[in-house]
Structures are given as C-alpha cells and as structure tokens.
Design a binder for this molecule. Sequence first.
Ligand code: DOR
Ligand code: ZN
Length: 333
Amino acid sequence: MTTLTLQSPLDMHLHLRQDAMLKAVAPLTAETFAGAVIMPNLVPPVDSLERLQWYKKEILAATGRDDFEPYMTLFFRSYTREELEAAKPHIIGIKLYPAGITTNSEGGVSQIDQAEPTIRLMEELGIPLMIHGESNGFVMDRETEFLSIYQRLAERFPRLKIIMEHITTAGALALLNQFENLHATVTVQHLIITLDDVAGGMLDPHLFCKPIAKRPEDRTALAHAAVSAHPKLSLGTDSAPHPQHKKECCGCAAGVFTAPIALQLLAGLFEENDALDKLQAFVSDNAQRIYGVKPPAKTVTLEKKPFTIPASYGDVVPMWAGRTIPWSVTSVE
Ligand code: DOR
Ligand code: ZN
C-alpha cells in the first residue's frame, strides 16, 4: 500500500463565509489542514480590526479545535497608518479586490492609483498585499490583462510582498519568475481542469469559478510548477462554498468547493507526475517560508485507496461529486 504523510498542510486562500455555512465548512478544512488564510469578502467585508477579531472568534468556535490556525486578512480599503499598525499583529495580509470582479467585491478598488498611499504604508510596515488579479475585460483575458498592474506594483514597491492569488495562466507564472517580491497561490482545480471541463461538454456549474479555468497549456505550466515545488508557489484552494441552489440555477455563483478533497486530489496529481516527494513543499513548507508562519503540528496520512467524493457536504456540492479518486485521507494526528 502506497502511503504518504504530510506535516501541517496549509491552505493559503480559503473562503469560510459566516453563520450556518461557516459552521458547516470550517470543520472540513480544520480536519486536514493546520491553518488557512481566510478571505475577507463577507457582507459587509472584514475591513476593521474589530470585525476581524469577531470573525476570528467565530471561526475558532466553528472549528472547535486548537490544531487549526486561521490566518486573518483585511479587505483592502484606504487605511490610515494607525489602523495598519494596530492591525499588523493580527493579520497575515490585506486582500485587494478590483471592484465588482467576483463574489462580494462591490466595495473593492476601482482605481489602483488611488490605492497607492495605503499600499505604500503596507510596504513600509511589512504587510503583504494579496491580490485578486483580474481586469474587467473578456473573461479568458482578465488575468493576462492584469499582469501589467502586478508588474507596476512589483516595480514601484520593491519591498512589498505581493501575492498573486489563484493564478491560472502560464503568463502569470512567467511574471512571477521575473520579480523577487512576487509570490503566488494556485488552486487544485486550476492544476487539474481546463475550460473544457467547465463548459466544453455538459455545463458543470460546480467547476465554475473566478478566475475561470483556462487552456490546456496553462494547466500544464501551472501543474509543472506545482509538482516541481516552485519555491514561490503555495497551495491556496480558493475553496468557495455556495449552497446548492445558488450553483444549480440560472445565474450560477462563482466558486469551486474543494476543501475536503484537496489533499486527496493533489496526491493523485503529484503521483502521476512522480513527484509525491514534492507535495510537502507545495502544501506547507513553501508557505511557511514565504509568509513566515509556524503552523500547529498536524500529521495527515494519505493512502492509495479509492475514495468516492460525496454527493454533497451538507448543502454544498464539491468538485467532482460522486467520482471515485485514487487517494484517501486515512488518518490525522
Ligand atoms: O470563484 C470565486 N469565488 N472566486 C472568487 O474570487 C471569490 C469566490 C467566492 O467568494 O465565492
Ligand atoms: Zn478567493
């Protein structure tokens, strides 16, 4: 039996929502991950220290365990130096959304120039900037069109740690390699699927997310970087739960739910690429180094043993519901 042991897996980009959804999904991540970067796109957004501290408490109560660390983020707006200094010990970074680009991002930034005073303070104080990097152009080109903004920020703020969130293109990877202060996360689905899986045959709403899955050559480039443990790339699942009726309808919400199956799917991908020995770096070691975090101890064992993905987790349908995949999580200690 092939087995694989992972130490303290981390999910560097996660949506947990609030209330009943939070209570349903937070334990699923906390089961196999030692920590996660929590996205602030609630309604209203998490854009004050007070709201952030309230949200962190809610998350800890929902997971009910002490071997899971929520790494909190603030929603980007113009912040004063005093606000940033007060927030710094409590956050891993600040998440910038272009206005209206995805779920609950209406209060995002419409002019990146107007964001510069806050970004300059973040650089000075050593607070990482996490960015949803898409323009409002043609859906397949949105990330590519945003690359010039990443480049300008990387050049203008050389000491700012910039995280290109959920990259989906070969071009984004190329840019990542050009600037020392750029880092990136990538989701499980963007390593495995292309737009064909979403919309090339029967439409699969459970694979619909922003940024949308791209071309085969993009997937190949991303998967190659992941399985070779690219030192500037970490797992960020962007697991984004929506209730079933918001996905299986006209006007489907964007978001793929992978939290409880992410490690199993990754084990399959890394094994196919003869790279099981690189998975530890991709799911934890790189992130520990890039973000300077020391997660709680948690040992997750996977075995090469078929696992049928449940039809749903409560009211949330996961990616590939009902499919049998080759790897299972068999113990967590
Ligand atoms: O598909 C997505 N869903 N992309 C995002 O950027 C946000 C997320 C959500 O919050 O549902
Ligand atoms: Zn996200």
